[in-house]
Design a protein around this ligand. Structure first.
Ligand code: GLN
Length: 488
């Protein structure tokens, strides 16, 4: 089997080959590192590669240690090479969040999700590029330069987990972790033609995820198949006493094998899918709309019952409510970067105030500074009631819209992005236009519900993704429906 055939396989297939000792963890890791070396010069999906150039930080050494102990069927990711968004702390491996502020930050701890990956036997190849502090929809806000879309290198991969999506789509790895505050797993998955799962808020621990909007952020997987996402979902799910927002729940009947079996479903008999009218209206590209219509027809042919539903607040007020809540929380979360405790420190400051100002001015990029300013404004005395409190109220209405629709339907289905991947540089200078690209993704985070993006087809050779929205903690239904509907 050639290298590219190997790295192009699904995670589930690779797992079987590793378990059968047809291939070693070291061989799988080496194949990925070679693929990374070949593709990175044009893609720039990764900020840091654990290729052994620092002998203390070497993916191959980790793989060899696994091989020495031998395959372990109780570890669902044994020997599987993955990449991790650079907003997620990795012990001993630089973690930048795409920012100058953390350019040389090497965590002394692993994020909870990284502990889980390692316990499951995964090999971490490197850290994926991203918009600075996960703020953006195109990965162009990275302080380390943009990532290119593997399907068309003149286009963006989406964002903010654009590096994760590109590394999966370019077969540099078998899965990647992203984070989704307002669409940052689902939208880059859609633009690069992969699968992306945003879990229910509280299902996956946020400990060690560098916070953007703490009430919105969730870590989740990007993969090439729905089955692969199911395996990762099982590995990542679990209560964490050290994250106060982690749901105290058990996932005992949702093992990797159980979720994978759900994802293997080939029909939708007995399933009622809601189609929210507001997600198919003005602003949706005609080509994308046609792919969505065909997907709905396929759902019907597979036995699903389709029902039109309305989420009146979910698109109309979503962008306004989301950007107020997200920026407010970001302005608070980013106040810890003061040039004193850790992160970038400006040289030659002549007072404490000057140190704060210069460190933050030099360490943060333009978009991050814009959001800190707006977030501070909406939280300030005199404006809090008009903006933040109002947004929090709208958030409640949006969640209720979803729950009402999901009381009648097993899941809802909608487009992920109003358009396919756009040209690099084409809207980066128009922040409002960039925010509007998130119209179909942000409301789900405000509602705290799970979402699964899957490839639904193509327009002019560019991937189109659709997403399924589900009831709290009902990722299983999304995986089943996505598995049946995905266009391979
Ligand atoms: N594009 C959205 C934003 O910039 C969502 C980002 C995300 O989910 N991290 O806030």
């Amino acid at each position: 089997m050639s290298l590219s055939e190997l790295t192009g396989e699904s995670l589930v297939r690779l797992r079987a080959r590793l378990a059968a000792k047809e291939i070693s963890a070291e061989e799988a890791t080496r194949a990925c590192l070679e693929r990374i070396a070949a593709t990175e010069p044009s893609l720039h999906a990764l900020i840091t590669v654990r290729d052994g150039s620092d002998p203390a930080d070497d993916a191959l050494a980790d793989a060899r240690a696994l091989d020495a102990a031998g395959p372990d069927p109780s570890r669902p990711l044994w020997g599987v090479p993955v990449t991790v968004k650079d907003a997620i702390a990795t012990r001993g491996t630089r973690t930048t969040a795409g920012s100058r502020m953390l350019e040389s930050f090497v965590p002394f701890y692993d994020a909870a999700v990284v502990e889980r990956l390692k316990e499951a036997g995964a090999v971490i190849l490197g850290k994926a590029n991203m918009d600075e502090f996960a703020m953006g929809s195109s990965t162009e806000n990275s302080a380390f330069g943009p990532t290119r879309n593997p399907r068309d290198e003149s286009r963006v991969p989406g964002g903010s987990s654009g590096g994760s999506a590109a590394s999966v789509a370019a077969c540099q790895c078998f899965a990647s972790l992203g984070s989704d505050t307002g669409g940052s797993i689902r939208q880059p998955a859609a633009l690069c033609g992969c699968v992306g799962l945003k879990p229910t808020y509280g299902r996956v621990s946020r400990r060690g995820l560098i916070a953007y909007g703490s009430s919105l952020d969730q870590v989740g997987p990007l993969t090439r198949t729905v089955e692969d996402a199911a395996v990762l979902c099982a590995v990542l799910s679990g209560h964490d006493r050290r994250d106060s927002t982690s749901a105290a729940r058990s996932y005992a009947d949702e093992s990797a094998d159980a979720l994978c079996a759900a994802a293997g479903r080939t029909d939708l008999k007995g399933m009622r899918l809601g189609v929210p009218v507001e997600f198919f209206g003005e602003g949706l590209d005609a080509g994308v709309a046609r792919v969505c219509e065909r997907t709905l027809e396929r759902a019907r042919a597979l036995g699903a019952e389709l029902e039109e539903v309305s989420l009146p607040h979910a698109t109309r007020h979503a962008i306004a409510a989301y950007y107020i809540v997200a920026m407010a929380e970001a302005s608070s979360n980013l106040s810890r970067f003061d040039g004193v405790r850790y992160g970038y420190r400006a040289a030659d400051a002549d007072s404490l105030d000057d140190l704060y100002t210069r460190s933050r001015t030099e360490g943060f990029g333009a978009e991050v500074q814009r959001r800190i300013l707006l977030g501070t404004y909406v939280l300030s005395a005199g404006y809090y009631d008009a903006y933040y409190r109002k947004a929090a109220q709208v958030r409640g209405l949006i969640r209720q819209d979803y729950l009402d629709a999901l009381a009648r339907c097993d899941a809802l289905i909608a487009p992920v992005s109003p358009v396919t991947a756009w040209k690099l540089g084409s809207i980066i200078d128009d922040p409002l236009k960039m925010y509007l690209m998130d119209i179909y993704t942000v409301s789900l985070n405000l509602a705290g519900l799970p979402g699964l993006a899957f490839p639904a087809g193509e327009v002019d050779g560019l991937p189109v993704g659709m997403q399924l929205f589900g009831r709290p903690f009902d990722e299983r239904t999304l995986l089943a429906a996505g598995g049946a509907l995905m266009q391979r």
